[in-house]
Write a protein that binds this ligand. Structure first.
Ligand code: SF4
Length: 322
């Protein structure tokens, strides 16, 4: 079985039972995004490929840890030998930090508003990066919104100013104001990710009440002007109710604007609890369209330095997963 087929099946499941030797050092905990607040996840790697799976003791996928990261993955009657990756912070090779673990918005797919977590201080963030700096090649930041979008942006800018000390490429994904791309660019941020989340404006309105879809498009265009083609990313969730045609139109529009889409399979939590994840077949079909759209527009994922496109745990990434 090709890696692409295997990863699509694993992403359709999204989870694994973990057994065997103790694996605490290989378990990543998330405090943001759709996986926030769960039992943690592991990154299973085969050669240069990887996939992130949430730990769930009822999953049909099993990973047996043999010790020192060596692991076997079982899916039906298949056995795949590989290894578990040790996360930096949140994901391998990066210090990926959620600055504010709470949010005033209530996007339906996201658990963060329900968690009512705290905001990390600058000192805490510096200490966290320091604790992993010997094994990461990038720093990435994301955040909920503590009080207002403007106040959050100002705090993130302050954090970035301190993080420059480490001399690592910085990626930032926050909810933006009109000023955000310019401010982040002036601070030396390498890459940005502003998430459309939904493939159509109608879906966005239903899923992310109170947020502005058209603003995101303006911000993405301004970001491409400043950061350059291939340095701007946008998550779009697969499985919110969009058709394949709507998703393809969104991929085409993003790539023709110089933005690399990150096609994220729905993790059915919060307002989507109980709903199915997208099928492997659908993920592969969209992956093929995604790959073609990127090459048609001269976009290449291999130059990404930060965040999800370089991590590649949660999605099929053209150029990495073929
Ligand atoms: S792909 Fe993105 S969200 Fe998933 S583990 Fe990697 S950095 Fe985190």
């Amino acid at each position: 079985m090709q890696w692409e087929d295997l990863k699509a099946l694993l992403l359709e499941t999204g989870s694994a039972r973990l057994s065997g030797e103790a694996a605490d050092e290989f378990i990543a905990k998330s405090t943001a995004g759709p996986g926030a607040g769960g039992k943690g996840s592991v990154f299973f790697a085969m050669g240069g490929h990887r996939v992130k799976l949430a730990i769930n003791q009822t999953s049909r996928v099993e990973i047996i840890h043999r010790g020192d990261g060596v692991a076997d993955l079982y899916l039906g009657d298949r056995q795949i030998s590989g290894r578990l990756l040790r996360p930096g912070l949140h994901c391998p090779d990066q210090a990926f930090i959620t600055v504010t673990e709470r949010c005033i918005f209530s996007c339906r797919y996201c658990s963060v508003p329900r968690l009512s977590g705290k905001r990390k201080t600058i000192e805490e963030i510096m200490d966290l990066v320091e604790s992993v700096r010997h094994r990461v090649s990038a720093i990435s930041l994301t955040s909920g919104v503590y009080d207002s979008i403007e106040e959050e942006e100002n705090y993130i800018c302050e954090v970035i100013d301190h993080l420059k000390f480490f001399g690592l490429p910085l990626g930032v994904s926050i909810y933006p104001t009109d000023q955000t791309p310019d401010k982040l660019h002036a601070l030396g941020v390498a890459e940005v990710k502003f998430n459309l989340e939904a493939a159509t404006p109608d879906l966005f309105e239903a899923v992310c009440p109170g947020l502005d879809y058209e603003l995101l498009w303006r911000i993405l265009d301004r970001s491409v002007e400043l950061f350059g083609k291939g340095r701007v990313f946008s998550n779009v969730i697969v499985g919110l109710g969009e058709t394949d045609e709507e998703m393809e139109a969104c991929i085409d529009r993003l790539t023709s604007h110089g933005v690399i889409p990150v096609l994220r399979p729905l993790n059915p939590v919060a307002g989507y609890a109980g709903q199915s994840r997208p099928s492997a077949e659908r993920l592969k079909k969209l992956f093929a369209k995604h790959s073609r759209a990127l090459s048609r527009n001269g976009l290449d994922t291999s130059s990404a330095l930060t965040m999800c496109t370089v991590c590649g745990g949660c999605d099929l990434v053209p150029g990495r997963d073929e």
